[in-house]
Design a protein around this ligand. Structure first.
Ligand SMILES: Nc1ncnc2c1ncn2[C@@H]1O[C@H](COP(=O)(O)OP(=O)(O)OP(=O)(O)O)[C@@H](O)[C@H]1O
Length: 256
């Protein structure tokens, strides 16, 4: 990979008591690449994600966005710097319309803050942009409904629309299809696949389901006991005995 990394972690470590949940993880990610972080339960995937998006601060090591050390930044500081993370519906405003939810995200991106009650008509540029993201996520027809009235799968689409509206450089998804029906999951996977078509974007995904990994990954990083055990092309990584062993107990038949 010849491009410069868009984001990297250097010797990233966090200890809870004496236990290193993430242990000395160094890895770099590039624009145009979708990396899936895999590993068994308790491997440290979500903890590593939290260290990258700023919910946790490391005991040691750094998070570097482009050339900038962002280790000391808060989650909102990191969001402003270009890291967008989907939070499984916790960021939706359930009583506001689907449109208003996305307009707020567009407005936040435009640096105008959350002036909730300003009329959308007074902000035509923002409204057009919001509609654009609703169209991209096939939500335009339900724009006027309250977010809470949407089925679960559409709420998750709305979350992706809000993430797109923030126009981050780094997109982070932690098990994006968790809790979704078999009908709903492909829609979200298709949206994520479309996100990675923009080669300026870097996508990081934590995922257990091997069919999702296969469908989306350009690269796989394997964590085990908090450590990075391998990092490479999907076909190579899936073929490793170690990876098959790690997956024993969490779907070895799926890996096979
Ligand atoms: N706040 C915390 N305090 C203490 N231990 C923690 C904390 N957060 C995570 N851990 C521990 O760190 C380890 C890694 O957990 P983490 O949730 O990151 O794993 P994971 O790979 O995301 O697992 P899963 O696939 O089950 O979500 C586990 O042993 C967990 O119990």
């Amino acid at each position: 990979m010849t491009t410069k990394p868009s984001i990297r972690t250097e010797n990233l470590t966090i200890r809870f008591g004496g236990h290193a949940a993430v242990n000395n993880v160094t890895c770099a990610f590039h624009p145009g690449e979708l990396t899936v972080i895999v590993g068994p339960n308790g491997a440290g995937k979500t903890t590593w994600f939290n260290l990258v998006s700023g919910q946790l601060r490391p005991s040691e090591g750094r998070v570097v966005l482009g050339e900038r050390d962002i280790t000391a930044l808060s989650p909102s500081g990191r969001a402003r710097a270009g890291i967008g993370r989907a939070f499984q519906l916790t960021t939706l405003f359930p009583k506001l319309s689907v449109f208003e939810n996305v307009r707020l995200a567009v407005q936040a991106r435009a640096g105008q803050g959350h002036r909730l009650f300003i009329k959308a008509a007074k902000l035509p540029g923002l409204a057009d942009k919001a509609m654009h993201f609703l169209e991209q996520t096939n939500l335009a027809s339900v724009a006027d409904l309250p977010a809470a009235a949407l089925p679960h799968g559409d709420q998750r689409k709305l979350e992706v629309a809000m993430l797109l509206a923030m126009e981050p450089d780094i997109f982070m998804f932690d098990e994006p299809t968790a809790g979704m029906s078999v009908d709903e999951a492909p829609v979200i996977l298709d949206l994520i696949a479309r996100i990675k078509e923009d080669k300026a974007r870097t996508v990081l995904l934590v995922e257990h389901k091997m069919d999702v990994v296969r469908a989306l990954a350009d690269r796989i990083v394997v964590l085990h006991n908090g450590e990075l055990v391998t990092d490479g092309e999907p076909a190579e990584v899936m073929a490793l005995d170690l990876v098959r062993e790690i997956y024993l107990g969490v779907g070895a038949d799926e890996v096979a």
